[in-house]
Design a protein around this ligand. Sequence first.
Ligand code: UDP
Length: 357
Amino acid sequence: MKILTVIGARPQFIKAAVVSRAFAIHRSEVREILVHTGQHYDTNMSDVFFEELSISHPDYNLGIGGGSHAQNTGRMLEKLEALMVTEKPALVLVYGDTDSTLAGALAAAKLHIPVAHVEAGLRSYNRRMPEEINRILTDHVSTFLFVPSKAALRNLLNEGIPKEKIHVVGDVMCDAARYFEECARKPDWFDALDIEIGEFVLCTIHRAENTNDSQNIKDIFEGLVGSCMPVILPLHPRTRIVLQAMGIPLPTGIRVVDPVGYLEMTWLEMNCRIIATDSGGIQKEAYFHNKMCVTLREETEWTELVDNGFNIVAGTNSYKITEALTQKNLMVNSETSLYGQADAATKIAALIVENYM
Ligand code: UDP
């Protein structure tokens, strides 16, 4: 059987790395065609993941990035439809909640090609997030919905998605964290920062709701500085552009570096004191590496982390951020296995193969 996988953004490369490896075990039955939409294209947002996570070179690169949501999604739809007509896959596989996810799912569904959605069922219940729109629409045109958590299963059932379509497999990011943690790599520049291991805040900021609002960014910075700990901030290219355009100065104590590869990010996560982020994936990686997470958003899709005391949703209130970062109880126990047993990719590949044999 031929599977056409659509990826385009940083977190999707990481998820695809483990799922594609699981498909490789079924080599005699499955041929995977990898399509990179080009949504993320910088070397440190794309190429580095293919190299260090040994992801096969994409069969197609559509080179679509840099436009608005509508421009990107529209251009992707057109090119993906043409590709699907030529390649005639038995199934289209998409990950997460980006414009590439939606375009892949929509193009396939209209050609009556079954869609498999990995990381289905997540909801922030905030429709101002472009990601929320992408995941709701993708879930509702999917045939296989692979969900990472019980909360995601409940969300889908509440929306009337038939339960036969839903498979609770665990989180492929847990697979990735466990598989690659042994290869975690200290960044070359770390020693030069003169920061003690275990005594820094690791921070990332890239959600549109934060980058589009200068007051939010200023408040987040104030909250970070208030912790009196050094902060390492691998800066997303979009956030860098926004900071420059808005003329927001970087406070001393916040050490800005370029985005790092996954192995360096894993090392930073394993060796920081605490994580502050508006990323979806990094909230869970904090838990996988036994670190507390302070979420720089007003809500999270990963509610089980909050319910178990591993994540504090601080929003952009500087006082709440400082208070959360300086809390005394930093105990996190990832043995609780909220996201499966690091075998989600194996289950996904097996379920798909089983259904098509
Ligand atoms: N990540 C990385 N380098 C960085 C920042 C993030 O490798 O400089 C990884 C991180 O470890 C996680 C993924 O990128 O696996 C999360 O991506 P991102 O925060 O861009 O997207 P989201 O998860 O919010 O969709």
